[in-house]
Design a protein around this ligand. Structure first.
Ligand code: 5GP
Length: 201
C-alpha cells in the first residue's frame, strides 16, 4: 500500500461540450486513474452500461442509499438523482490511486468543501454562442428542454470562477493533454509530495 493519498480530480462542463470524449482521452494517457462511477436514476443512453458509465438505479434504490448515508454528495436535477458513492472514492484514495469524477457544479462545490485538496477543472466550449446555436439547431429536443439547458448554461457560468482550472475544448486531444498536464503538475506540488522519505532512506 502507498503511504501517499491519491488525488481527486473533478471535471465539469456544460452539457454538449464534449466532456465524455475528453475524459476518455485523459484515461488513455493516464490509465492508472480510476473513474468514480456515479449512481443515477436516469435511464441508460444507447451504448451505456450499468457499472461502467453509471450505476443505474430506481428512485427507491437511490433513496435507500441516501438513507444509508452511502453518498459523499448527491444532487437532483429536474427529474433525476445523481450521486457519488463514498465507496467509489475512499478506498482508491487510501491506496494512493487518483480518482476522476465527472460532476455538475453542485457536486464539484461539495467535493471541494469536503476535500479541499481536490483539483477542479471546468471545460468550456470555444464559444458559448456556438454551443447555444448547436443546442437549438439539434432539433432533437423540445422547446422546454432547450430552454432548460440554456438556463443551466447561464447558471453554471456563474460558478466557473470557483474552479481551480478552466480548459477549452477546441480540439479534444489538446484539451485532454491540458488536463493531463494539470494532473502531472499537481502531483509535483511540494505539499503533495512525501519529501521526508528523501531524508529517511
Ligand atoms: P448526464 O445525464 O448527461 O450523464 O449527466 C448530467 C450531469 O450530471 C452532468 O453535468 C454530469 O457531470 C453530472 N453528474 C454525473 N454524475 C454525477 C454525480 O454523481 N454527482 C453530481 N453532482 N453530478 C453528476
Amino acid at each position: 500500500m502507498s503511504d501517499k493519498q491519491g488525488m481527486l480530480i473533478v471535471v465539469s462542463g456544460f452539457s454538449g461540450v464534449g466532456k465524455g470524449t475528453v475524459v476518455q482521452l485523459v484515461f488513455e494517457s493516464l490509465p492508472n486513474i480510476q473513474f468514480s462511477i456515479s449512481c443515477t436514476t436516469r435511464k441508460p443512453r444507447s451504448g451505456e452500461e450499468n457499472g461502467v458509465n453509471y450505476f443505474f438505479l430506481s428512485e427507491e434504490e437511490f433513496e435507500q442509499k441516501i438513507a444509508n448515508d452511502e453518498f459523499v454528495e448527491y444532487t437532483k436535477t429536474f427529474t433525476n438523482y445523481y450521486g457519488t458513492l463514498k465507496s467509489e472514492i475512499d478506498k482508491p484514495l487510501k491506496q494512493g490511486v487518483d480518482v476522476l469524477l465527472e460532476l455538475n457544479v453542485v457536486g464539484a462545490r461539495r467535493i471541494k468543501e469536503m476535500y479541499p485538496d481536490s483539483v477542479t477543472v471546468f471545460i468550456t466550449p470555444p464559444s458559448i454562442a456556438a454551443l447555444k446555436a448547436r443546442l437549438i439547431g439539434r432539433g432533437s429536443e423540445t422547446q422546454d428542454s432547450i430552454e432548460r439547458r440554456l438556463r443551466e448554461i447561464e447558471n453554471e457560468s456563474k460558478d466557473i470562477e470557483k474552479y481551480d482550472y478552466c480548459v477549452t475544448n477546441n480540439i479534444a486531444r489538446t484539451c485532454a493533454d491540458e488536463i493531463v498536464n494539470i494532473i502531472r503538475s499537481e502531483h509535483l506540488k511540494v505539499s503533495r509530495q512525501n519529501l521526508k522519505n528523501l531524508f529517511n532512506e
